[in-house]
Design a protein around this ligand. Structure first.
Ligand SMILES: [Zn+2]
Length: 68
């Protein structure tokens, strides 16, 4: 258990925010996935992001509730 985990990118010293990545690296991950260079599943399999199950499963629902 690590209360404050670091970004999974070994070249990055920022604190992890989303799926084990800092916000900057998560944006990069989002970009490469959107560009079709990889998928979230591949990144997860390569241990470059954490499984989404580690996030609160209700987060999406919660976000949408707040947004609407
Ligand atoms: Zn990072």
């Amino acid at each position: 258990m690590s209360a404050k985990s670091k970004c999974l990118n070994p070249n990055c010293q920022n604190a992890a925010v989303t799926r084990g990545l800092c916000s900057a690296c998560y944006v990069r991950a989002n970009e490469v996935v959107r560009a079709g260079l990889t998928t979230w599943e591949k990144l997860e399999a390569a241990k470059k992001i954490l499984p989404s199950q580690r996030q609160k499963p209700s987060a999406k629902k919660w976000l949408l509730e707040r947004a609407s």
